[in-house]
Design a protein around this ligand. Structure first.
Ligand SMILES: [Zn+2]
Length: 210
């Protein structure tokens, strides 16, 4: 089985083909799994495009329990099958394609390992983790996107999430961020942890003279 791509824009098709070529060459095992779990790559609707979406992964439900069990036996990491929707014009970037493929590739263990205080951020971080691991997304791309989100322009799925929370969450950095009154950091391997301030060196005191 292989993934069907129904995008029509020349640039967009080229970018998708480039991502597959890269994965087949450098990550053949992952490419094989992706070509089964991603059934189709289709254009966003005009409405979705107008709302500023760049792309998303839609996981399909299995029709029967037997179908699900057969799939789970084959893909032991809890991935499911579905399709990717992408912007079908010149705006499509390799980083966006990789991020959506990263969503498709996400396993349950990947999500749990993020230790994220927000489940949405765990999912977004796993997508980025795979895209970075494949060499198709850079930390610079992520930082740029983060800037967009802070400026109130979410990179994709505008309006998703509650109370205007960043859709993609924080970007990996040594600088802590605050969430619900606590400080957190996100490491370069996309693991969230409570921020522990560096221990200040205490100058040795002279002993007291009595
Ligand atoms: Zn995402």
């Amino acid at each position: 089985m292989s993934t069907k791509c129904t995008l029509s824009d020349r640039h967009a098709r080229k970018v998708v083909a480039q991502a597959w070529r890269h994965l087949r060459k450098h990550f053949p095992d992952d490419a094989r799994i992706l070509s089964v779990i991603v059934r189709r790559i289709v254009p966003l609707s005009d409405e979705e495009e107008g709302a500023g979406y760049v792309g998303f992964w839609i996981r399909k439900l299995f029709k029967t329990k037997a179908q699900q069990q057969a799939f789970e036996k084959r893909f032991k990491h809890g991935q499911g099958f579905g399709f990717i929707k992408l912007v079908d014009n010149r705006d499509l970037t390799l980083a966006s394609v990789a991020h959506e493929l990263g969503h498709a590739f996400t396993s349950r263990a990947d999500v749990l390992a993020r230790c994220s205080p927000v489940s949405e951020w765990a999912h977004e971080s796993v997508a980025d983790l795979h895209a970075v691991r494949w060499g198709l997304l850079t930390f610079k791309d992520i930082e740029k996107r983060h800037g967009h989100e802070q400026a109130g322009r979410s990179y994709s799925r505008i309006g998703f999430g509650s109370e205007g929370r960043w859709h993609h969450g924080p970007h990996p950095s040594d600088t802590p961020f605050e969430y619900e009154g606590r400080k957190w950091v996100l490491s370069k391997d996309f693991v969230f942890s409570p921020y522990v301030p560096p221990v200040r060196k205490v100058r040795k005191q002279k002993p007291w003279n009595f």
